[in-house]
Design a protein around this ligand. Structure first.
Ligand code: ADP
Ligand code: ZN
Length: 724
């Protein structure tokens, strides 16, 4: 026994108690408590928080603590209904008034408001300010008292925002008609220009401004090169994610194709794009939110106003047009604060498509802006710095880097000094008179004998053939990097002729070094399952299934029953009494009564089964296995690990197989190439996973037992959707 006592528990403040009572949370997120206090002091507020930051609570909690009614202005009907449903599900009086209600329902809602049974009323801006609605509002104010207006998505007042809505401008009247009622404006749009606009347009009175950091620490950002195997990588992401995800594509056609392809791989995926009917779209959206489908493949038409907190991954299968959109779209992952994955597949081919689209824009100014934004996007994709540093700098926020939760921080890319090659390349551009594009320059460098070279007599140049030692692809990569680093220019008149600039000459004069990130190691897939024990995972899956069952019974999206984080806590702490259950973070009394018994019963059943089968301890890795895992995570091959540890290679494979089955983060792609995984998976699907020999024989013996074992372990670990 050590002599340490646990630190004295701090007495929760009365606000924290209220937070627990109404929402079941133990603590405030950064900024929330201060905001709630300011709101209770009736200050005007401007709140800028990233998506998922927890804005709703900032007006919901004060609404519950003040006498009277809070009016929430929200532009999106779906979002309104969502929030009201979630509040009611926590036992809180909330309602909305919008065009979806028939007159009886509207009458009932109004009655409830005038009876004081409603603390939060959600309305669309156009209705709030309509001639018909104003008298009702006056009556409410006179009889019940309006204690605050919360304006959600407040950037809609600004023409500089990405979603200007003229009806938002009318909201200025609120200040005039209700001079004593405090206003709270909320937005996730980060630019300073929009913030100023909001304050002016809504006539906020000396607002307290809270700008939260735009960093989303729970999101893992990575960029992968897009190539032929990208589809396999995507499949792997979907299969290992263990939850919902969105895959964004650039065109409708690609959305349809990819959704179909995923379905052929036995993934429940649905398409969503502007070419579909409203009804189809809304059906697919609901199925996604209710977890009837795992993946939504969509154009950027999808996402705005969709409040699904448990999206576990957002993949951009094509390049987004700019970094702000990328931030917003990828930000739809992990709103519940749980770990989530944001992957961008990057190819230079996409670049051409977007450049083409930009060229179609009629206004040259617009073209220039779009090009500049695209350039920032490329900088992000090609960047070797911390992805957060690059993103946040775009919003004017300094981030020190080393986040430990992006690919560049976790797997720093080696950079190579390629100054000499760059000099060869650039001097070749000079020798050719700055009249040719990349392809021709490379042909000259590599000493090709084609007609164009003959015609211009470029085989007589001093740079002819000086780049034979490198492949065409290698030169292409270098050429692009030079372009993206601004070390050479390219004409945009449709011919893409390379032109030297001041910086090119600096390189040639040896005043500037050229660093290029190596791209070889990038294809390694990184399975993002953190070190959770298999046991927790198993119970979690069962609780998830129970949640889905209950959600379906009540026609609710599953996350409204309990969020992932709460299920995870249940799986970890395994409360076996209702009392213990009620103490979990995220569980309000109302939910204990509603769902407690069924969850507790499930947990009890699980614990009993585990007890009977020898307990969960069997499922944890041994020290030796853990050591293997560590070395594997450092990038060592099984042979290298075997050598280092003085063990036989087959023992190491055995370790890895078991680690995979325990769902520990073994990177399968480091062990078996994608294409081979796919083939083995298909074989397993055909002949079953029971014994190895039939699989081995089915594959014509061209796949090793080791490879088969590893893939089979992956299938067995339940990461598959193949149905074993
Ligand atoms: P925003 O409107 O800023 O995008 P939300 O208000 O929808 O974010 O909140 C995002 C998620 O965070 C929701 O699932 C919400 O329940 C959760 N949340 C908010 N505040 C807290 C808190 N203090 N503790 C735990 N979870 C919270
Ligand atoms: Zn980082």
């Amino acid at each position: 026994m050590s002599g340490n006592f646990p630190p004295a528990a701090r007495e929760p403040s009365s606000l924290e108690q209220a937070l627990k009572q109404f929402f079941g949370y133990d603590s405030f997120r950064p900024g929330q408590q201060q905001i709630v206090e300011d709101a209770l002091n009736s200050r005007d507020l401007l709140i800028v928080m990233p998506t998922g930051g927890g804005k709703s609570l900032c007006f919901q909690l004060p609404a519950l603590l003040k006498p009277g009614l809070t009016v929430v202005v929200s532009p999106l009907i779906a979002l309104m209904q969502d929030q009201v449903e979630a509040l009611r599900n926590n036992g809180i009086g909330a309602t909305f008034l919008n065009s979806t209600l028939n007159w009886q329902a509207e009458l009932r809602a109004k009655e409830a408001i005038l009876n004081g049974r409603v603390k939060l009323l959600y309305v669309a801006p156009e209705r709030l300010l309509s001639e018909r609605f104003m008298p009702f509002l006056e009556q409410v104010d006179a009889e019940i008292g309006i204690n605050g207006f919360a304006i959600d998505e407040a950037h809609c007042v600004s023409e500089w925002g990405h979603d200007f809505r003229p009806e938002y401008r009318q909201l200025r009247q609120l200040r005039r008609r209700y001079p004593k009622v405090p206003l709270m404006a909320l937005t996730a749009t980060a630019t300073a220009r929009v913030r100023t606009d909001i304050t002016q347009q809504l006539a906020l009175r000396q607002p307290v401004t809270h700008v939260a950091s735009f960093n989303r620490p729970n999101l893992y950002y990575e960029v992968r090169p897009k190539h032929r195997q990208s589809y396999s990588e995507l499949l792997q992401i979907v299969r290992t994610a263990g939850g919902s995800g969105i895959v964004y594509c650039l065109s409708r056609k690609k959305v349809d194709e990819l959704a179909l392809r995923l379905r052929n791989s036995k993934i429940s995926a649905l398409p969503y794009h502007a070419g579909m009917s409203d009804e189809e779209r809304s059906v697919n959206q609901t199925r996604f939110i209710r977890d009837d489908a795992q993946v939504m493949v969509a154009t950027i038409a999808f996402g705005m106003g969709i409040n699904k907190p448990d999206v576990r991954f957002v993949v951009h299968y094509d390049l987004p047009r700019n970094l702000e959109s990328y931030y917003q779209e990828s930000g739809r992952a992990g709103r519940d604060g749980e770990q989530a994955l944001c992957t961008l597949f990057f190819s230079y081919g996409d670049l051409k498509t977007i450049e083409y689209l930009i060229d179609q824009k009629p206004d040259p100014q617009e073209q220039r802006i779009a090009r500049q934004q695209l350039r920032r996007m490329i900088d992000y994709a090609e960047g070797t710095d911390c992805r957060r540093t690059i993103q946040l700098s775009y919003f004017g926020e300094q981030f020190p880097g080393n986040c430990g939760n992006c690919d560049n921080c976790r797997y720093p890319k080696p950079v190579e000094d390629r100054t000499v090659e760059a000099q060869k390349f650039l001097s070749c551009v000079a020798r050719c008179g700055e009249r040719f594009g990349v392809t021709h320059i490379i042909d000259v460098l590599r000493g090709c004998k084609n007609q164009k070279i003959q015609q211009y007599e470029h085989h007589n140049l001093s740079t002819y053939g000086i780049g034979k030692d490198r492949s065409e692809d290698d030169w292409k990569t270098l050429g692009r990097t030079l372009l993206h680093q601004g070390l050479v220019d390219e004409t945009s008149d449709g011919y893409r002729v390379l032109k030297l600039n001041e910086r090119s000459w600096e390189v040639m004069r040896k005043q500037r070094t050229v660093l290029v990130a190596r791209t070889l190691a990038e294809t390694a897939i990184r399975t993002e399952r953190s070190l959770r024990s298999a046991e927790v995972e198993m119970l979690f899956d069962r609780l998830r299934a129970l949640r889905k069952e209950i959600a379906d019974e009540q026609s609710l999206p599953p996350y409204m029953v309990f969020q992932d984080s709460t299920l995870r806590l249940m799986a970890q702490q395994r409360p076996q009494t209702l009392e213990k259950f009620g103490q979990l973070n995220g569980v309000v009394n109302y939910k204990v009564t509603q769902y407690g018994e069924r969850f507790v019963a499930e947990i009890r059943a699980y614990c009993q089964e585990q007890g009977a089968s020898g307990g969960p301890a069997d499922n944890l890795p041994s020290d030796s296995q853990q050591l293997t895992l560590q070395l594997h995570r450092q990038g060592l091959s099984p042979a290298e690990i075997a050598q280092k540890r003085q063990l036989s290679p087959s023992t190491i494979i055995e370790h890895l197989t078991q680690l995979i089955e325990m769902k520990l983060p073994v990177d399968l792609n480091q062990l078996v190439p994608f294409e081979r995984q796919e083939v083995i998976l298909q074989a397993i699907e055909t002949v079953g996973a029971e014994s190895l020999k039939p699989i081995f024989e089915y594959l014509g013996e061209s796949y090793s037992y080791d490879e088969i074992k590893l893939v089979r372990a992956w299938v067995r670990s339940g990461n598959d959707t193949l149905g074993f």
